[in-house]
Design a protein around this ligand. Structure first.
Ligand SMILES: Cc1cc2nc3c(=O)[nH]c(=O)nc-3n(C[C@H](O)[C@H](O)[C@H](O)COP(=O)(O)O)c2cc1C
Length: 277
């Protein structure tokens, strides 16, 4: 079994130790070593296990106990194929043994208001935000539970790039929107733990301070490049930004974020019940 310093070293590689003395705990060790899985073996997860994982996901915390997450399992092969074909660069969407969609569901509370005869308006920014968080927490709960029993998963937010088509396939009503899909199956191959930013950047004590960002990112880029360099042929938008001699994580993420995704999502939401007041 790996020591704490080994697991935390693989995750952060920043030399900062993990506090010793805490009780040993296999779940924590697994979380520190977790990784997204996009290739799955032919072994099909048992229905009883999937059922249990859905129950675990729906046990996540929920803002104000409003319970605004819904989970949709796509079982119909034609629907799976119809969604998968929209994203040919991500074949795992159509191929994973199981595929769930985590929905922000602001509709249910709105309907409960109608049933109880109360003036509920849940298409607000608050309603959207709360439903999004509930769905994200439910998904992350399923992720950690699935990984704890040896399954591998991959969240899929790219479905929002084709929101109109995906919503039509799934028959989503107003005020219900996908936060992300989740591919799930038994892992094929090892994969690797993705190095996270140093905790000196992502944690703060008493006062927010990002004054060391530039130097820390430079250092992170080089450490990450030494472990898993991004191949030259995977550099993004070279026609626009030119080929980079050194292409690290921050160059990749800045190029990715410069090409904003999800243009179809805001108009979809606005035409499906959200005013964001
Ligand atoms: C909300 C969310 C959406 C994601 N969407 C996609 C996606 O559409 N396609 C994909 O292949 N991976 C997707 N991922 C997986 C991330 O790329 C992955 O978590 C990240 O690279 C970090 O890797 P790790 O989870 O192995 O640490 C998503 C992850 C999250 C949390």
């Amino acid at each position: 079994m790996s020591s704490w310093s080994e697991v935390v070293g693989r995750r952060f590689g920043d030399g900062a130790p993990l506090s010793e003395g805490a009780d040993d705990n296999d779940f924590l060790r697994r979380v520190l070593s977790r990784k997204t899985v996009r290739r799955y073996s032919d072994r099909i997860p048992a229905e009883e296990l999937l059922d249990r994982l859905v129950a675990c996901a729906l046990s996540a915390s929920a803002k104000s106990d409003f319970q605004q997450a819904s989970i949709l399992r796509v079982r119909d092969q034609q629907k799976r194929a119809a969604i998968g074909e929209l994203f040919p660069s991500m074949p795992w969407i159509g191929a994973a043994p199981a595929f769930f969609i985590f929905l922000g569901d602001a509709r249910r509370l709105q309907r409960i208001g109608e049933i109880r005869g109360k003036p509920v308006r849940n298409g607000t920014l608050e309603g959207f935000f709360n439903a999004s968080i509930d769905a994200a927490l439910a998904m992350q709960t399923m992720i950690l539970c699935a990984e704890s029993v040896g399954l591998g998963v991959c969240p899929i937010s790219v479905i929002r790039n084709e929101i109109d088509k995906v919503a039509a396939v799934l028959g989503l009503p107003d005020l219900v929107f996908p936060v992300a899909g989740l591919c799930l199956g038994y892992p094929e191959g090892e994969g690797h733990v993705s190095l996270r930013l140093p905790r000196t950047l992502t944690t703060h004590a008493d006062r927010y301070d990002d004054s060391a960002l530039g130097l820390a990112i430079d250092d992170y880029d080089r450490r990450r490049h030494a472990l898993h360099a991004i191949p030259r042929e995977q550099q993004r938008s070279n026609a626009e930004f030119g080929e980079a001699e050194f292409y690290g994580w921050s160059e990749d993420k800045a190029r990715q974020a410069a090409k904003a995704e999800g243009a179809a999502f805001p108009p979809y939401l606005r035409s499906h019940g959200f005013s964001f007041d």
